[in-house]
Design a protein around this ligand. Structure first.
Ligand code: HEM
Length: 208
């Protein structure tokens, strides 16, 4: 596992602006990493049911990023929405529950986040690519150890996928854009926090 992580972390040498983003958002990253919902994902105490609801809420974010930013990519390995749909289908079968948000509006916690995403500048839309894709590629490699269906964290070539995503992010990330990118990353971590809070509070019994 340590070797695997090292392989991931050394996949790409971030430029000075990427390093600036990482340093200025570290507090927010570490806070979400330590959120009780994320901790339960790592220690294996999170139920399949809540994890599937988490996926269902993230899916529209992934689809929107892919529509705006990845529509021309030739690397199908970074098309995460297909993998998430596969995972959700597996959980639906396994738990005999339809995790479609339109069927269960009471478990839809990401409309504000999605509206915010659509209103952002084209460049700042890349914030979600930065957070969600790198979360899957880095932290996800640790998280997946205690997750039942893990397509979302599987990459044919993790190193190549990290390189491609990081390169896309770095196009246009410069002196003029870096501060607003950082502000938006911290804001996006806030949406993750709200989602994790909501999922923590959710009572499964009320939905079954
Ligand atoms: C839950 C447990 C998590 C663990 C153990 C974890 C761990 C890590 C590790 C080891 C890295 C690589 C750090 C490096 O390059 O030195 C990383 C990077 C990153 N993680 Fe996490 N992470 C977790 C959760 C999350 C979550 C929930 C998000 C998003 C909501 C996230 C977003 C990111 C991002 C954006 C990076 C790239 C940082 C950068 O290089 O600029 N992580 N994470």
């Amino acid at each position: 596992m340590l070797l695997h992580l090292l392989n991931v972390i050394t996949a790409y040498k971030p430029n000075q602006f990427s390093k600036q983003v990482k340093a200025a958002t570290k507090i927010a990253h570490d806070a979400i990493e330590k959120h009780p919902f994320m901790k339960s994902m790592i220690d294996g105490s999170l139920s399949d049911f809540k994890y599937a609801i988490y996926l269902a809420n993230l899916l529209p974010i992934y689809k929107s990023v892919e529509m705006f930013i990845l529509s021309n990519t030739l690397n199908t390995d970074i098309i995460q929405s297909k993998k998430i749909e596969q995972d959700i289908a597996n959980y639906s079968k396994h738990l005999n529950f339809n995790f479609c948000l339109s069927k269960h509006p009471e478990i839809n916690f990401t409309s504000e986040w999605l509206n915010y995403f659509y209103a952002k500048s084209a460049f700042n839309k890349k914030v979600e690519l930065y957070i969600r894709w790198l979360a899957d590629m880095y932290g996800g490699q640790i998280i997946k150890r205690n997750i039942r269906f893990t397509s979302k964290y599987e990459f044919q070539s993790l190193r190549k996928s990290i390189q491609e995503v990081r390169q896309i992010i770095e196009v246009g990330l410069d002196n003029a854009t870096v501060e607003s990118f950082i502000t938006e990353v911290n804001k996006a971590y806030g949406f993750h926090h709200k989602l994790a809070d909501k999922l923590n509070e959710l009572s499964e019994e009320s939905l079954r």
